[in-house]
Every structure is written in C-alpha cells, then in structure tokens.
Design a protein around this ligand. Structure first.
Ligand code: MEV
Length: 428
C-alpha cells in the first residue's frame, strides 16, 4: 500500500510488492521527472559512451538499481538510488530511515569541500629552511595554482592554503607540500592534480630540491561530513535492545577485526549511492578507511550513545569527496537520472545524503546483529524474491514467502509448487 500522494514525502510502504513499472512511476512523481528523464530507467549505457569512458571496451556491466525510501534529512525528504548486488541492503536502509524519521530524521553538517594535493620534494640538504622558504612564497604559489583553473575560481573555489610537512625517510628527509583547494561541486582530482603539477617547477626552484610525486590525497580529512539521528527505543523493542545495540557497537569501537566488518556495513550503503551517482567509490573507500585509522588504530566510523530518555543516538563522520560535476557523473545517463531523483545540485548536499545513508545502513546492520541476527532478514527477503520468481504478485508475495520461511524450504521449485496449491485454495 502506497502512502505517498499529494505531499512530497519519501515514505512508501510495500514498494517491493509493486511491479517495477509502478515503482518507477512513484519515483518519477516524487522527483518530478520528465517523461524523457524517466525513460533513462529503461535505457542501458550505450556502447559509444562506454567506449569514450574507458579503454578496450567490450560491453557494459549491469548492477541492480534500487531505491531506498523514507529518508528525512535536514527536514527534506529524499529517495536514495542505490546500485548494489547485495540483497537486503536497500530494504535495511529504508527501514532504518523509517525508524530515524520518527525522531526527526537525520541532521547533517559538513566542512567546505577542501581537497589536499601532495607534492613530494627530495634531495634537499636543509629541509627546515626549505620549508620556511616555501611558506614565504605561499602567496605566489597559491596565485600560480589559481591561474590553472579560471572556471573553479569563477565558481568561488580555488587554492586556499599551503602546508609543509617534513618526513624522515630512507631517501633522506622529504618535504611534502600540501596544497589545499576548495573544489566546490567537483570531486576535485583533476583540478588538484593540474595545480600540483603546475607548482612543481616553482617548488624545485624555491627549495633546490627534486619533485617526485604530485597527486591528490584520498585522505580528504578537510572535507568531512557528519550525520546524526535518534532511533526510538520503543520502535527498537525497548531500552534493553538499545543496551544490546551499544554492547555490539562497543566491540567495533575497540577492535579492528570487528571495526572492519562494521565499516563494511556502512560502505554497503555508501558505495551503492556513490556508484549510482557516477562517483568514484574507490576514492571514497580509501578515504573512509584511512580516516578510520587516523589515530593509529583502525576503528568504527560511527559512534552511538543513549540519550536521557533511553533512545539510541547515532553519529557518523567521514571524508566524502563526491562531485556533481565532471567525470562519469556527467557522462552516464543513469548517474544523471539518479542525481535528479535525489534532487541535489551541490556536492555538499550529496555528501550529506551519502553520510546519512551510511549511518542508516550501519544502524540497520548492528540492530539486526544485536537482535535476530542478519540471516533471518536475509532469508525473509530471499523468500520474497523467490516468491516473485515463482509468479506471485501483490499480497500473494508475502503469503507465499511466509510459507516458504515457515517450512524452511526457500527454494524456487518448492515455491512454484506451493504457489499452485495456494492459488487453487483461493476463493475466485
Ligand atoms: C554484510 O554485508 C555487512 C555486515 O556484516 C555489517 C556488520 O556486520 O555490521 C552485516
């Protein structure tokens, strides 16, 4: 049964029971898509575009694209497109968002979109004096960097600062210059790499050293996003469930073995929307995990505590170098469609949605693990998929899936047989 109607809400229940065309209609209406835009749902990436994106193209590679519903972020409703091969992920995120919205949804904040470019200098006899010289020439260096990208400057971005680090190494002391660039709505790699390459000759002249690497850092720790949400204790099953959740979470906060799995669950959501919007999921993964180890020990990207009423408060903080201009985001028609569904126009808004989804995904996983375990949820979703494959439609999907789980036989041949029997029993 669909609850979305005149008011623009992302709350939809029973979406999975509808045929794909009806789901598309609901999303089309929610996002005010034109008929042409909605047509992209049915249009695969064409080979000519693919051939322009990478080398030696043979074909394209498909992933399921689902929609997570119920998200309320900073008072605005979002439906979040997710490209993933993993079952339960979309349903879990939607369910977590439903619980979060009972207490106002997600609240987010983020820093300016500052990326770091690194320029490595070697073979310098006095690194301390060389570092001082670099800083003395800061304004000239920043001006040279800014001369590389007039468009970025016209959009209000540009090189903002320089920092210098000295790193002892087997090759002698290295000077690593960090160029800090406000990349506005881009992911930033192109702009930053161009600037770093342009600064290299001047840095060599200033320091009499030799530049080796000049490249963006994926540890984008000046481009941080935070999202928080309160999860209602009653909806979770009572305060004892909140306590069980906190016990589970604590292991991730203490132990890298658990933290890796805990953070993987976060990335289940984050990667899915990153891929759907044509962003670089390797960059996001690298940044997230490096940030999780920033204090020397790998730990959880989320933190949880109980509020004074016993509800669960969750928070996530991570670097998110996402763009809404440039790269695959502009070439891939489905990435464009997904951005339209999200209704976002800035990289910061996209980052805030991504962080909220990461928190939702993590809450859903740890909630399931602290209570029923994840297999039960997986099994019931799997059973629904099998029921659909067996031909069930509408309410029959749930009925058949329940039978399959109850009988402990979630198999297609059994589902077909059972569905035939159920149909015969139904009054006509
Ligand atoms: C599985 O893809 C993700 C989980 O392992 C995450 C977690 O353990 O928190 C369920």
């Amino acid at each position: 049964m669909i609850m979305s109607a005149t008011k623009k809400t992302s709350v939809v229940s029973g979406l999975y029971k509808l045929p794909i065309n009806q789901r598309r209609e609901i999303v089309k209406e929610f996002a005010n898509l034109t008929a042409d835009e909605a047509q992209s749902f049915a249009t695969p990436l064409d080979l000519t575009t693919a051939d322009r994106m990478i080398e030696n193209v043979l074909s394209t590679f498909e992933l399921p694209l689902g929609i997570a519903v119920n998200f309320l972020i900073n008072g605005k409703d979002y439906m979040i497109p997710m490209a993933t091969e993993e079952s339960s992920v979309v349903a879990a995120a939607s369910n977590a968002a439903k619980i979060a919205r009972m207490k106002g949804g997600f609240t987010t904040s983020c820093t300016a979109p500052l990326m770091i470019g690194q320029i490595q200098l070697l073979h310098i006899s006095d690194v301390v004096s060389a570092a001082q010289e670099i800083l003395r020439h800061k304004q000239q260096l920043l001006a040279l960097a800014n001369a590389q990208d007039k468009i970025l400057i016209s959009l209000g971005g540009g090189a903002r600062d320089l920092e210098v680090r000295i790193l002892p190494s087997p090759h002698g002391d290295m000077l690593v210059t960090h160029l800090i660039v406000d990349v506005r709505d881009a992911m930033g790699a192109n702009a930053v790499n161009t600037m770093c390459e342009a600064l290299a000759p001047m840095l060599e002249e200033i320091t009499q050293g030799k530049v080796r690497l000049k490249i963006l850092s994926n540890l984008a720790d000046k481009r941080l996003v935070k999202a928080t949400a309160v999860f209602d204790k009653e909806k979770m099953g009572g305060e004892h469930v909140v306590d069980a959740f906190l016990e589970s979470y604590t292991l991730a906060s203490l132990d890298p073995y658990r933290a890796a799995t805990h953070n993987k669950g976060i990335m289940n959501g984050i990667d899915a929307v990153i891929i759907a919007t044509g962003n670089d999921f390797r960059a996001i993964e690298a940044g997230a995990h490096a940030y999780a180890a920033r204090d020397g020990t790998y730990t959880s990207l989320t933190a949880y505590h109980k509020d004074k009423d016993g509800n669960l408060v969750g928070e996530i903080e991570l670097p998110l170098a996402v763009g809404v201009v440039g790269g695959a985001a502009n070439m891939h028609p489905k990435a464009k469609l997904c951005r339209r569904i999200l209704g976002i126009t800035t990289a910061q808004e996209l980052a805030e949605v991504v962080a909220s989804l990461g928190l939702a995904q993590n809450f859903a996983a740890v909630f399931a693990l602290s209570t029923v375990g994840i297999q039960k949820g997986h099994m019931s979703l799997h059973a629904k998929n099998i029921a659909v494959m067996a031909g069930a439609q509408g309410d029959d999907i749930d009925t058949l899936a329940d039978h399959l789980v109850r009988d402990g036989r979630v198999k297609l041949d059994y589902a077909k047989e059972l569905y035939e029997r159920l149909k015969k029993k139904k009054p006509t």
